[in-house]
Design a protein around this ligand. Sequence first.
Ligand SMILES: [Zn+2]
Length: 235
Amino acid sequence: MRIWKTKEGSKIVQVLKGRSNSYIIVKECSVILIDTGKKSAFKLLTWNMQSNNINLKDISTLILTHTHYDHCQSAKQIKSISNCNIIVSDSAAESIKNGYSKLPYGTSLPTKILSALGNIIGKQKFGYDIFKPDTFVKGDYDLSSGRGNIKIIETKGHSPDSISVIVDNEIAIVGDAMFGVFPNSIFPPFSDDTSGMVESWGKLLQTNCRIFLPGHGKEIRRNLLEEQYFKHCLK
Ligand SMILES: [Zn+2]
């Protein structure tokens, strides 16, 4: 599992990879989990955390970059084990009550078809156990006290409830605001509002972050984000 360290001493550990990524931020005994992955990955998540000497019970905060099923399906279970503080965008409030967040539109013909089919199947396959968030974020949110310099910013576009976590103004955990799956492109295969998403890339570039950790695929470097931002801005 990959580990990143900031100059301020925050450690980010990737605890799930493959189908969906999850990360933990560790600083001074506090453990923040970012996204839970799918329910089917719960055992693997537990095991990967334990191999880093961290128990699920140690999680103090769970931040969901958004509430698509592949990012939040274990939220209820993790809260029942750790009693963590769950933080989500306030735009997710209604979907969470229903245990289903609509799948985003496709950005190409094949993914448009996949998205339409997925939304017909809906909650049965792409839903999640209803959980109770503790904090709804609207606008920017500062989590800094005692947990390093951690800020949450709205990065809408892929979904209306997309948020990103900025660690020590150096590394950003961005959910599906960008994808790390394709070489030389960060453009997600699914997005509800593409121009909003490009605007969010601009917002992320206003930070000093040099590394962007996506919900799928590998880390993205700032120069690729800059290149993609200007390319899609001009469209
Ligand atoms: Zn998503």
